[in-house]
Design a protein around this ligand. Sequence first.
Ligand SMILES: [Zn+2]
Length: 385
Amino acid sequence: MTTRVIKNISELTTNDPSLGVGVTGRLHDAAIVIDDDRVLWVGPNAESPAADEMIDVHDSAVIPGFVDSHTHLVFAGERSEEFEARMNGTPYDGGGISSTVASTRAASSNELRAATEKRLGELRAGGVTTVEIKSGYALTLDGESRLIDIANEFSDEVTFLGAHVVPPEYVNDREAYVDLVRGPMLETCAPKSKWADVFCDRGAFDVDESRAILTAAKSAGLQLRVHGNQLGATGGVALAVELDAASVDHCTYLSDDDIDWLRASKTVATLLPGADFSTRADYSSARRLRDRGAVVALATDCNPGTSYVTSMAFVLSIAVRDMRMDFDDALWSATRGGAAALRRDDVGHLGIGARADVVILDAPRAAHLAYRPGASIVRQVIGAA
Ligand SMILES: [Zn+2]
């Protein structure tokens, strides 16, 4: 086991209030000592102990690795024409999710593996060290099982999303598809998944269908997450809270009741501003959530249709500029908030004993992540992804 001391850190974000100032546990002129797995020591630069190796960051900022708690990384094809048409306001019917389902079904496992690896590389280069990956672009028993196998090659946070949309061959028999998802498909996918997710919204699954799938998944031993309230106040938040889901994601349309339910629960509100950006939708009310005491996470929602985003820095830029989050709140939400959305306490912070997922920035302050949109200021990423 090799120990490393990272020295001359101008600004160290630990997200551990016992180690520094505020919710971000911030220290200045600091050092941190890690081994291959864990954080061993955090404190003033002048007091840093010796270690086997030394990394001098020359007055740069250091943050915990980002926790991207919502991605759809395993897919084939791309939908840039759909994006262009949406931005231009011109009609376009390329099939939406169904077109990605068709491309993904047709792709070989090696093609899907290579595409997933490339996207994960982009996320990691931008500082992501923990990533959740969903299935959801096959929508057949064997196909979903294959996507979950591939996702498992890249992450421990694998989510079964057979209930992404009703596939074309079931549009006239939704009930049969719901029965497939909560029956044989779940039975095959549950043993190799940690999570189950349902797109509970207009055009996807209604609250009763979602509840039927999620309760079956819970009985099969999976933990729950929900896509909810993206396209309207369609009941996803209430359902997520009712079923003790770890997270309800999107939350673009929220009533005061929704926020009160979230605050009184252990369910995290995960905001996906990349999706709102790429669909030119309204942004979620991050400040309302925070002011009323709900826990907020930020994630990329990397997917080919509505958020082909692999940069958490870009997400932070939107969160700060357009959602009016304080930078420190946004950074916390993209790290410790993401960890909370995965019910993890070993990642998303640099407290003693946390996983040694450390991001060294090419900037004196972490706020440069939002202040310099489009620039890649991540210099080095240490730890898993
Ligand atoms: Zn999504």
